[in-house]
Design a protein. Structure first.
Lengths: 280, 252
């Protein structure tokens, strides 16, 4: 009996860890030098496996918050803890996808998609630049890149250069590059805003399916209300000026690839539009 | 200008070059303008003798100077381009020094560095240095910040950024700077080699042949110097086409 109890305890511990806190922002203050603070005493918790949209008017600090989460900016005070570890530099298991300009123009699609793993090979598994808990040989790296190129439907383009591609194909390459690193946290800054509608919906559905099949946590920054509602099970609303308290809107209808068809989707969009309107 | 030269075009170009030379030789009809028929055999023979040694000396000076200039100018240019604060301090100085024809410093360099090869190499390296410095700086400053951020997010620190972003990004600019400056460098070498040395094409053309009225041999020296410029130009040019192929989408 005792053994059984122990097993139960360890199982519940595992579950707790799986559904624990992925991102903990505590008492964050950040300002660009010579400007008033964008965040002051700001706190936010995001659970593991969560899908969070960040929306707000331009200049509200959406991208800044994402860069802070990526470890590319340092807060003036307060702490950012990701997966129980304080963040001081880009974290190997966090993936970042930007709107544009993220690919090296002189490398082919394949070389670009492999870049993260090439850098991994450059440093070895040192735990600082790259994950320490996994060793990766060149063949495994190639295999992983092949898999993601295939899943994203760009394997036939692998010898082309970014300038020869459409925006959607470029963004697929950037996503392949990030996913090849097996991230547990995916940070995206307006990843679909330069794309036409079909390409945008394709990629949105790709990310949603990936999220539903794994416990990938993602944060997506967008200025587009429909994208925010389609992608975020929680929607964080930022305001222009100084953000002191996190305003979160729950959106249980999100996260399904066909959610746009539902009435609830339209209602949530309307609510969010009103909320954003009331803040300006 | 189309910079890809095929064999047929090269052949036609050479034919025209020697044709015009031959016509000029007929028209001028003086010892200072010997015919290519007279010069080419001398060139072919002496290239494997005396002239070859002078050509090697000049080539070595140019190559060492290119190496020194690249090794010093690329890191400094990258640094200036990536750190705007430092660039703001040095930009006015570079703007003033950049257009000065560096050959005017020849006497100063001779006095300070002595009459060894080092002074000649230093002078040529100085010319190439400024050309590369300016283009690499501008190239590094124009890199999209998003590009740097996204590569940093993949785990790249300073070393990996240099290896995978800064260096390949500035390589085309380095080659362009070399292509446009190597002609000037060879011209300056020609002047610098006329004194205080006994090896080099400048010495061969002016002291060993021109001053003793060996005009056909002098033309062999001129051909050798042209060849040096030509080969360097086309080597740099083909490297340039290779590193720039992503812009045209040429997969070969």
């Amino acid at each position: 009996m005792k053994i059984n109890e122990n097993m139960k305890a360890s199982d519940s511990c595992k579950i707790q860890e799986k559904h624990g806190v992925m991102i903990a922002i505590n008492d964050l203050t950040f300002a660009y030098s010579g400007h008033p603070p964008i965040f002051q005493g700001y706190s936010l918790h995001v659970d593991r496996g969560e899908a969070l949209s960040i929306i707000g008017p331009s200049g509200c600090g959406k991208t800044t918050l994402l860069y802070l989460l990526a470890g590319l900016r340092r807060p003036q005070s307060g702490s950012i803890i990701i997966d129980h570890k304080p963040l001081s530099r880009p974290r190997p298991r966090s993936g970042l996808v930007l709107q544009d300009h993220g690919l090296l123009p002189w490398q082919t699609v394949r070389e670009n998609a492999r870049l993260g793993l090439t850098i991994w090979g450059f440093y070895g598994s040192d735990g600082r630049h790259t994950p320490a808990d996994e060793h990766l040989g060149p063949n495994q790296a190639d295999q992983r890149v092949d898999d993601w190129l295939k899943k994203l439907g760009i394997e036939s383009l692998q010898n082309q250069y970014p300038l020869q591609l459409s925006r959607g194909q470029r963004q697929r390459t950037a996503i392949a590059r990030t996913l090849a690193m097996k991230p547990d946290l995916l940070l995206m800054d307006e990843p679909f805003s330069a794309l036409d509608a079909p390409a945008r919906e394709d990629l949105q559905n790709f990310i949603l399916t990936l999220h539903n099949e794994s416990d990938l946590t993602y944060v997506i920054v967008t200025h587009d209300i429909e994208v925010a509602v389609a992608m975020g099970k929680k929607i964080l609303v930022l305001q222009k000026g100084c953000n002191q308290e996190a305003q979160i809107m729950n959106n249980t209808g999100a996260g399904f690839t066909d959610c746009r068809m539902q009435d609830e989707f339209q209602r949530t969009c309307e609510d969010l539009r009103k909320l954003l309107g009331s803040m300006t | 200008m189309k910079r890809r030269l095929n064999i047929q075009a090269a052949f036609i170009g050479l034919l025209m070059f020697f044709g015009i030379w031959q016509v000029l030789a007929w028209i001028i009809h003086r010892p200072i303008m010997p015919s290519p028929v007279q010069v080419l055999p001398i060139f072919a023979v002496s290239l494997f003798g005396n002239l070859g040694v002078h050509l090697l000396a000049s080539t070595a000076r140019v190559l060492v100077a290119i190496g020194v200039a690249v090794i010093t100018a690329v890191p400094i240019g990258l640094g200036l381009g990536q750190i705007p604060k430092v660039n703001r301090i040095f930009a006015p100085l570079i703007a003033i020094v950049y257009p000065i024809p560096k050959i005017v410093f020849l006497p100063v360099i001779y006095v300070l560095m002595g009459i060894t090869d080092i002074s000649k190499i230093f002078l040529i390296a100085l010319i190439i240095f400024f050309q590369i410095l300016v283009v690499v700086r501008d190239e590094a400053a124009n890199l999209h910040p998003e590009l740097i951020l996204s590569v940093r997010s993949l785990g790249a620190g300073r070393r990996a950024l240099f290896r995978y972003v800064y260096f390949p990004a500035s390589l085309p600019a380095v080659l362009t700077a070399l292509r446009v400056s190597v002609g000037t460098a060879i011209a300056v070498l020609f002047i610098a080699e006329q004194s205080l040395t006994t090896y080099g094409l400048g010495y061969y053309i002016v002291v060993e042949t021109y001053q003793v009225l060996l005009y056909p041999e002098m033309y062999a020296g001129i051909l050798a110097m042209s060849l040096l410029g030509l080969v360097l130009y086309f080597v740099i040019n083909s490297l340039e086409l290779k590193v720039n192929r992503y812009k045209t989408g040429d997969e070969n």
